[in-house]
Design a protein around this ligand. Structure first.
Ligand code: LLP
Length: 427
């Protein structure tokens, strides 16, 4: 798992040329450290794999994976557009310098206030229900609109991250989509897209390809029945990355080849013209760029188990607790030590579900050691919280030996932000 941007330099973990030990000493722990080069490398690999087959491919970074402005800006300079899900993400994408036309907003269970914000901001809206369309048309008529289709073919690393199935809350069926396009066109919408997102953490491309085929079939039917032309076909995000040492990586080039062959064949045989092909990767672009550094506070041997207590709990990285996700861990200041025994790495949160890993074979670990949790760039910081009133950690960006804070560690004062004591308690 120690591969670029990571390196083992005399037993010390380095990221993009910087020692993890030095970073932890400089900025404290817990600390998210993001290697810029890996984000750029993965973006370029994905873009190249598609564009060599189909020039009109566009990659929208799914900001929910990590909305740090520096990450948004890195991807913007690479040519990415952005996929957002909330007013907050629209706001941040605009702050990062994306044009409204480069932002696709996909919401589910959307309030009128949120839709109004999206409409006024001028971003492209991806409709998830008939009620959402009715709400939107009461606010105004956008120039372009997209509709999220439930392909009923889903995939993902955990049932919570599968977002297309018969029982999914996301998207609409073909018949409903047809009504939405008809109503939107009658209202004066001029340009259209069609969208799916079937799930997250997909390592087998087959369901993804099958769902895309289904999406293109729906596009064909809607084109034929309602005469709708599509400016773009968005196949969503979901590309997985290997978290375990024995996991195969997703075959990006093979996937791109298969998907674009299908896409070109379908748009031609279905008379869909030459729509742009959009993808919305989050995890693939950022997961492998980042490590979480956390310091060992205690080592506890019980009659049954050995616990390594660190300063990052599920307030900092919730994926192991929430999905049972595997994250590889290494002792960053002792990479060359031999594995010794199985331990649970646990955090400081007052719940037994607070662990980073369980029964993991680790070298001898001592208080003060530095643990690095790998592949922590997607849904790590963005899902962190202040639970147990613990200020959130800092984020540091590294690039070829340079390192800078891109998000300050929260302070105790941040725990008071926005709080007010009720007037009747001020005695
Ligand atoms: N597009 C839409 C509409 C989405 O809902 C998502 C993710 C993506 C794109 C990007 O998916 P990705 O390429 O990152 O797989 N918290 C979970 C993942 C939830 C993903 C939610 N939607 C986790 O930590 O695994």
């Amino acid at each position: 798992m120690i591969k670029p941007p990571l390196a083992n330099v005399n037993g010390i973990l380095h990221i993009d040329g910087v020692s993890a030990v030095k970073l932890a000493e400089t900025y404290g722990t817990p600390l998210y450290v993001i290697g810029e080069s890996k984000i750029r490398e993965n973006y370029r690999r994905l873009a190249e794999a598609f564009k060599r087959n189909y020039g009109k491919t566009r990659i929208l970074y799914s900001a929910k994976a990590n909305t740090n402005l520096s990450i948004l800006k890195i991807l913007k300079t690479e040519g990415a557009w952005v996929d957002v899900v909330s007013t907050g993400e629209i706001y941040l994408a605009l702050e990062a310098g994306f044009q409204p036309s480069q932002i696709l907003y996909t919401g589910v269970s959307v309030s009128e206030e949120e839709l109004s914000y999206a409409f006024k901001a001028g971003v492209t809206i991806n409709i998830d229900s008939e009620s959402q369309l009715r709400k939107l048309l009461r606010i105004g008529v956008p120039h372009t609109l997209s509709v999220r289709i439930n392909t009923e073919i889903g995939a993902g690393h955990h049932e919570y991250t599968v977002t297309a199935s018969k029982t999914s809350k996301f998207g609409v069926d073909e018949k409903t989509a047809l009504e939405i396009y008809r109503t939107a066109r009658l209202a004066g919408v001029e340009k259209f897209g069609i969208h799916m997102h079937i799930g997250s953490g997909i390592l087998n491309p087959d369901p993804y390809i099958k769902a895309a085929e289904r999406l293109l079939q729906v596009a064909k039917n809607i084109h034929e029945v309602a005469g709708v032309n599509f400016e773009f076909v968005d196949v969503g995000g979901g590309i997985g990355v290997p978290y375990r040492p024995d996991e195969e990586e997703f075959d990006i080039e093979g996937f791109a080849d298969k998907l674009t062959v299908l896409f070109k064949e379908k748009i031609q045989s279905c008379g869909l013209g030459e729509p742009e092909l959009w993808l919305e990767p989050g995890r693939y672009l950022v997961a492998e760029s980042t490590i979480l550094l956390t310091r060992v506070n205690m080592v506890k041997q019980t009659p049954y188990r050995k616990f390594v207590g660190v300063d990052a709990g599920f307030n900092v990285l919730i994926r192991p607790t929430m999905y049972g996700s595997y994250h590889h861990v290494v002792v960053a200041n002792r990479l060359n030590a031999e594995p010794a025994e199985k331990c649970d790495i646990v955090g400081p949160i007052c719940e037994s579900g607070d662990f980073l890993c369980r029964e993991r074979l680790l070298p001898e670990v001592a208080e003060g050691d530095l643990i690095a949790v790998l592949t922590a760039g997607a849904y790590g910081y963005s899902m962190s919280s202040q639970y147990n009133s613990r200020p959130r950690p800092a984020e540091v960006l590294v690039k070829n030996g340079l390192h800078e804070v891109i998000r300050e560690r929260e302070t105790l004062q941040d725990l008071l932000r926005g709080q007010k004591t009720a007037s009747w308690l001020n005695v």
